[in-house]
Design a binder for this molecule. Structure first.
Ligand code: ATP
Ligand code: PRP
Ligand code: MG
Length: 283
């Protein structure tokens, strides 16, 4: 198998979650935050630790096969790279904000100055909606640009909204984009066997995170009601119990709401109801 060359964020909010998901998928982790390249011969993979903003550029140039970055950064870069799969972390929206009550929609921004560290993404959006505003490109902490008189509005990543609240700004208008961490590859490039293996393993980790395994014992005559509550994937495993008239059932259940399912199983007479975490899974 040829080496898979993979770009991983070395700084910022995606770093830890990217490291964790790769580790759970069986790839080698870096020993300290100063390590820039990790060779993982068992998995025929080389991990390159780069700034999330640069990752789409490397992947778009074809010097690296794949990478983990934010969807907003992929669009912002304009690099010829595309999403392979979403990864479920780094979830955020990209929004306009200003002092409360000053603007109510993007249309109000004609002739105004808008500060952002995502000039590509903002520029494309303004062009799409036909609004002529001046884009002030900053490296970060753009929320402060209004107070310092550099901009009338900002366009930035919003997750909890705490950063905006702290500087007394409010979001306005529709979200410009929704983002999360994604695995990317060069646009149109064929998926190598190494990349397909990575995708299968990451999907396995994501499913494992979203489900729990439920086991319980139940009287055989209530099995139809039980199966309706825990249908599993292909169907639950039903095995005989060493007790006349009883069966043991095992099924994957979505983690969200599994406590309610356990309550309902109790109501139809299930005993010894167990929920256990799943580490990895191939559907
Ligand atoms: N508070 C947040 N919650 C969720 N996702 C976020 C948050 N801040 C940024 N992101 C997402 O994480 C990705 C990387 O952003 P990050 O802020 O880590 O990079 P950066 O701004 O270049 O680095 P730094 O902030 O270290 O200068 C982006 O795609 C962005 O959407
Ligand atoms: O809505 P919140 O939960 O407050 O999160 C959003 C903030 O998080 C990011 O900041 P980061 O720490 O990456 O700093 P930066 O602006 O310098 O990139 C982003 O740029 C926002 O400022
Ligand atoms: Mg940031």
């Amino acid at each position: 198998m040829t080496m898979l060359r993979l770009a991983v964020p070395n700084k910022g909010v995606l770093t830890e979650a990217a490291q964790t998901i790769l580790k759970e998928a069986g790839y080698r982790a870096r020993k300290d935050s100063k390590e820039l390249v990790v060779v993982d011969p068992e998995n025929a993979c080389e991990l390159f630790f780069l700034r999330p903003r640069d990752i789409a550029v490397y992947v778009g140039e074809g010097t690296l096969d794949a990478g983990i970055t934010g969807l907003d950064m992929l669009f912002d870069s304009g690099a010829p790279a595309e999403e392979v799969m979403p990864l479920g972390f780094g979830v955020s929206t990209f929004r306009f904000a200003a002092k409360a009550g000053v603007f109510s929609s993007v249309r109000d921004l004609d002739g105004m100055r808008v500060a952002t560290s995502y000039a590509g993404l903002l520029g494309k959006h303004l062009a799409e909606v036909g609004v002529e505003a001046r884009v002030i490109k900053l490296d970060g902490a753009v929320e402060t640009a209004i107070r310092l008189g550099v901009a009338d509005a900002v366009a930035d990543v919003v997750e909890t909204g705490t950063t905006l609240r702290n500087v007394g700004l409010d979001v306005f208008g529709d979200p410009i984009a929704h983002s999360q961490a994604v695995l990317i590859k060069r646009a149109g490039a064929e998926e190598t066997s190494g990349l397909r293996q990575l995708v299968r393993r990451l999907q396995g980790v994501i499913v494992a995170r979203d489900y729990v395994m439920i086991d319980y014992d139940i009287r055989a005559e209530r099995i139809d009601e039980a199966i309706a509550l825990t249908p599993g994937m292909e169907g639950p495993t039903v095995s005989p119990l060493h007790r006349e008239g009883w069966v043991a059932v095992r099924a994957m259940v979505p983690r969200k709401g599994h406590q309610q399912v356990m309550d309902q199983l109790g109501e139809i007479g299930a005993k010894a109801v167990l929920a256990t975490a799943i580490f990895a899974c191939r559907l």
